[in-house]
Design a protein around this ligand. Structure first.
Ligand code: KIV
Length: 279
């Protein structure tokens, strides 16, 4: 059986110059396939809300919804590090609340770490979670839980002042004890500078090729979410049309009486025709 990756292994990758692959996962079957493919980190993203649960944003996602899916991902994973997003509202109301909710991801869902959004202002939360033995990943740049405040889904850090603030935020998060930081939707050059300045691995999404690792939403890269695909996504497969075609073919075959055929039907051990009511 594959050796389980640890937070320490992920941190060491920065000095080793070995890139870190991260994909989101929301259920055990997908987690098993991604884990078998050698993905390093499976992130139970609160993108769950949009790509699986049908919400318009990540804001309504609850603790119970995240825990339900995080449990499934943990059950399907042998090697990858399992990190779960803490949903909006589960770490902002106070440190006691944040720690109690963080503990649930470790204890009830078998996660290895949690992820929270925000910069330097989240330092106390990171410290409190770390004190409780919970490894934390940060998330700066485009932070979907507070996208309204950022003026929508827009590239972040476009000028020197906001770029400098982002670097300061990453350093403050690292000082507080995060083991890695997701940087979302920034110019490629800023992705490179943040990565060079950061003492911990930077996992980019829409942040160019020079980050220490990359993350994508698995439904985006497999063509399974058709409501919106950000321009930084590369589709490694387009499964949506294949699923629609397969379902339409099944419907036709059911309507035509072609499915199930003899191969999908159990042979009869007995002649049951005497049970038919006659005349
Ligand atoms: O929720 C999510 O899937 C994420 C990734 C986009 C990084 O936070």
């Amino acid at each position: 059986m594959a050796q389980k990756l640890t937070v320490k292994d992920i941190v060491a990758r920065k000095a080793q110059g070995k890139k870190i692959s991260v994909l989101t996962a929301y259920d055990a079957a997908m987690a098993r396939m991604l884990d078998d493919s050698g993905i390093d980190i499976l992130l139970v993203g609160d993108s769950l809300g949009m790509v699986v649960l049908g919400y318009d944003s990540t804001v309504p996602v609850t603790m119970e919804e995240m825990l339900h899916h995080a449990r499934a991902v943990s059950r399907g994973t042998a090697r990858a590090l399992v990190v779960s997003d803490m949903p909006f509202g589960s770490y902002q109301a106070g440190l006691t609340d944040a720690v109690a909710n963080g503990v649930r991801f470790m204890k009830e869902a078998g996660c290895d770490a949690v992820k929270i959004e925000g910069g330097a202002e989240m330092g106390d939360v990171v410290r409190a979670l770390n004190r409780a033995g919970i490894p934390v990943m940060g998330h700066v740049g485009l932070t979907p839980q507070t996208v309204g405040r950022l003026g929508g889904f827009k590239v972040q850090g476009r000028d020197i002042d906001s770029a400098r603030k982002m670097i300061d935020d990453v350093k403050a998060l690292a000082d507080a004890g995060v083991f890695a930081v997701v940087v979302e939707c920034v110019p490629g050059d800023l992705g490179r500078v943040v990565t060079a300045e950061a003492p911990v691995p930077i996992i980019g999404i829409g942040a160019g090729p020079d980050c220490d690792g990359q993350v994508l939403v698995v439904n985006d890269m497999l063509g399974l979410y058709d409501r919106f695909t950000p321009s930084f996504v590369k589709k490694y497969a387009d499964l949506g049309p294949l699923i629609r075609q397969a379902a339409a073919r099944y419907r036709d075959e059911v309507e035509e009486g072609v499915f199930p055929a003899a191969e999908q039907t159990f042979p009869s051990p007995t002649d049951f025709s005497s049970l038919l009511k006659r005349g």
